[in-house]
Write a protein that binds this ligand. Structure first.
Ligand code: DOR
Length: 454
């Protein structure tokens, strides 16, 4: 559907692909960026609508290279329709859906299904990630060539690691020919076993089985060796431990094709939050209190891990942020900590929680924009270049946000079906005001004053 021309007037424009950071205007014509800079009201195209974005930040729409849309098979947790509306509310214009669905995305028919459903239902662009192994069983490679031809943008058995080292070696070898990354969920399951949270003081206090940091680090080290052996493209999903950082740093220094992502929750909250009460002091927590919405895989870790991950993101050792949006139905979380499903609903809190690093002076705003746009695009490859910039002639995928607007997280207001967030009741600073895909407004906040300029 053709969108009418729009002049976005007066935001701070941040385009990390070109280093642009200045107050100006953006003209969108035929769904494309037509001009960026000071733009005169004279000579605007017929029917052009002006939106007043004074005081807001405008940047390319965010790219999420790791989320779970649950369709097909788990529509009671999320659908392409609900998940992409949540994405638009979070400022995302392109999202990659993980293949741990039922059936899993291990053949071209399921990729086709996702494409058709997305064309009909999605509010933002959806890119399928396909399985590494048939049935996600970790035994036999899926037909990666067929899946790539059908439109898969990466391969992953996410939720589970590719445990068999030889299978991982073969997948990495194919990734080289196909030019697409293998995203591994790095956990040595012989070490993580039945663990439900990070090994440490809080797990001991609650009597819960812990997952040691070494479970993640051992598999990252293995995969880096395999990336070196094959020359393949390795992407490490949701890095959560301080000890993973030097492994990634050394791999990059050695020129290997290794990239990594980190999630908003691993950058901002700790295993202390498992006790409930939004990270309250351990002594203030009741003896039996726990919050299943903190249960996530890999688990929340210590402040030392958080600090190391933030620093690694700022330095570019970790390339990008990814949500690992993992929506669940209420009953999957209203149970004991052991029984609860792993996962956090993240799309709608991602910007507000990661802006915390900017407000605390740990990361610049242009760097945060980079890690949500250029960073993920460069992991995924050239097909995403046009989506991470405001260059003239690229699709007008744009987000407008107010970096200083404070709001209280109320999961009942989520557009995602997954209300499972540990941030309920928390005040975040920074909120999306509007999101455009191909120049069409796919989300506008209830409090937006964009119409003011008429
Ligand atoms: O917490 C998680 N939930 N981690 C994963 O890797 C999978 C995800 C899910 O699918 O629920």
């Amino acid at each position: 559907m053709q969108s009418s021309p729009i002049l976005i007037k007066g935001p701070r424009i941040i385009d990390a692909s070109s280093g642009l950071d200045q107050v100006g205007d953006i003209l969108v014509v035929d769904g494309m960026i037509a001009a960026v800079g000071p733009i005169s009201q004279d000579g605007l195209p017929d029917g052009c609508r002006t939106v007043d974005a004074t005081g807001l930040v405008a940047c390319p729409g965010f790219i999420d290279l790791h989320c779970h849309l649950r369709e097909p098979g788990f529509e009671f947790k999320e659908t392409i329709a609900s998940g992409t509306r949540a994405a638009a509310k979070g400022g995302f214009t392109s999202i990659c859906a993980m293949p741990n669905t039922d059936p899993p995305v291990d053949n071209a028919a399921v990729v086709d299904f996702l494409r058709f459903r997305s064309q009909a239902e999605a509010a933002v662009r959806v890119f399928p990630i396909a399985c590494v192994s048939k049935g996600r069983l970790g035994r036999e490679l899926a037909d990666m060539e067929e899946l790539a031809s059908a439109g898969a943008v990466a391969f992953s058995d996410d939720g589970d690691p590719v445990y068999d080292a030889n299978l991982m070696r073969l997948a990495l070898a194919y990734s080289l020919d196909l030019g697409l990354p293998i995203t591994n969920h790095c956990q040595d399951i012989a070490l993580s076993r039945n663990g439900v949270m990070a090994e440490g003081a809080v797990a001991s206090r609650l009597g819960l089985d812990g997952i040691p940091a070494a479970a993640e680090e051992a598999m990252i080290a293995r995969d880096i060796s395999l990336a070196e052996l094959t020359g393949g493209r390795l992407h490490i999903a949701h890095v959560s431990t301080a000890g993973s950082v030097p492994l990634l740093r050394q791999a990059k220094e050695r020129g290997l094709r290794v990239t990594a992502e980190v999630c908003p929750h691993h950058l901002t909250i700790t295993d202390q939050w498992v006790l409930g009460g939004n990270g309250m002091d351990a002594d203030a927590a009741g003896p039996l209190s726990y919050d299943t919405s903190t249960k996530v895989y890999p688990p929340l870790r210590t402040q030392r891990d958080v600090d190391a991950l933030v620093q690694a993101l700022a330095e570019g050792v970790i390339d990008c942020i990814a949500t690992d949006h993992a929506p669940h139905d209420a009953t999957s979380k209203q149970c004991t900590y052991q029984e609860a499903a792993f996962g956090i609903s993240v799309l709608e809190t991602a910007l507000g929680s990661t802006l915390q690093m900017v407000h605390q002076g740990l990361l610049s705003l242009p760097d945060l924009v980079h890690r949500w746009t250029v960073g993920p695009a460069s992991v995924l490859g050239s097909a995403f270049d046009g989506f991470a910039s405001l260059d003239i002639g690229t699709p007008a995928d744009v987000v407008l946000f107010d970096p200083d607007r404070e709001w209280v997280v109320n999961p009942q207001e989520f557009l995602s079906q997954g209300k499972n967030t540990p941030l309920a009741g928390v005040t975040l600073k920074g909120q999306v005001v509007a999101t455009f895909v191909d120049g069409r407004m796919v989300y506008e906040s209830e409090t937006s004053k964009l119409g003011a300029a008429g």
